[in-house]
Write a protein that binds this ligand. Structure first.
Ligand SMILES: C[S@@+](CC[C@H](N)C(=O)[O-])C[C@H]1O[C@@H](n2cnc3c(N)ncnc32)[C@H](O)[C@@H]1O
Length: 265
């Protein structure tokens, strides 16, 4: 049997089926044989046109607000949709993210920036790589697609995509753009790489800005980083939230903010 045969089988059958199981609303189109990339694009476009929430209470507390937004999206098809609400609320001038992949987080951030202004700088490798301390895997869906391929054309005006290793690109980018409002880590989830990104970003985050990390339950990097600096932080459904130099209401006490170490849906 030719290797090409297995590749075709995987791309045409196994990968779409896996995605459909993760996102049940994709089962119909997948069974009808629609190409999975177009299915995902259509699906995301609907969510961007009809954002699930922008009706959250404008809580004065940034950590509380972020948790509300995460909860509101945690059962939705796109759990990173919370970034949309957060950007609408914070109206950031500069957002930096590492880890673009299909571009789901990117699209939600840009959807908000289209309304508020501001710029998103994203860093990703040319070939999707998905690495943790315990496992190394190529993500299964749409291998070979260019980073951010799901991001609709009309949202790209506020976007700068940098292709390369964040280890090289992140420090240079941060030096050149000045203080940033939000950083979102979603690149390589090894302890060492996560710590590297958090440490690189922290001095460039403005007071009142927000450090966010996806998948913080895959290593202790986020908690160690925050504990070493005695930061007020919280972990909600696998997302790490650490505002910089914000005074918190009495409902918060340092070091007691970790609620859940389970990854959200
Ligand atoms: C979890 S995915 C990102 C998912 C994305 N935020 C989304 O919403 O679709 C991880 C991405 O990080 C990228 N990545 C891994 N190591 C990296 C590195 N050292 N520098 C930059 N990007 C990296 C991978 O190529 C992959 O696209």
């Amino acid at each position: 049997m030719q290797p090409g045969f297995f590749r075709t089988l995987s791309t045409r059958l196994l990968q779409p089926c896996k995605s459909a199981v993760r996102h049940p609303s994709l089962i119909g189109p997948v069974l009808r044989g629609t190409e999975i990339g177009s299915v995902l694009k259509q699906h995301l476009a609907i969510h961007l046109q009809e954002p699930m929430t922008n009706t959250l209470e404008p809580s004065p507390d940034l950590i509380n607000f972020t948790c509300q937004a995460i909860d509101a999206h945690s059962h939705a098809c796109f759990r990173l949709g919370y970034l949309y609400d957060l950007c609408l609320r914070m109206r950031p001038e500069k957002v930096v993210e590492t880890g673009v992949h299909h571009g789901v987080s990117t699209a939600f951030i840009l959807n908000a920036l289209k309304q508020t202004g501001g710029r998103l700088y994203s860093i990703d490798l040319p070939n999707v790589k998905y690495q943790t301390d315990n496992q190394s895997r190529q993500d299964d869906v749409l291998l070979g697609a260019e980073p951010g391929f799901l991001v609709p054309q009309h949202l790209r005006v506020n976007w700068e995509l940098l292709i390369g290793d964040s280890r090289q690109l992140l420090p240079t980018l941060l030096r050149s753009i000045g203080p940033i409002d939000i950083f979102h880590h979603d690149s390589m989830h090894t302890y060492e790489h996560m710590k590297f990104e958090f440490e690189a970003v922290w001095p460039h985050l403005r007071d009142g800005g927000l450090l966010l990390s996806d998948d913080v339950d895959w290593s202790r990097a986020f908690e160690d980083f925050c504990s070493a600096r005695k930061l007020n932080y919280r972990i909600r459904k696998g997302v790490g939230i650490a505002p910089k130099n914000i005074r918190h209401s009495s409902s918060y006490s340092k070091g007691s903010l970790t609620e859940s170490r389970n990854k959200g849906s």
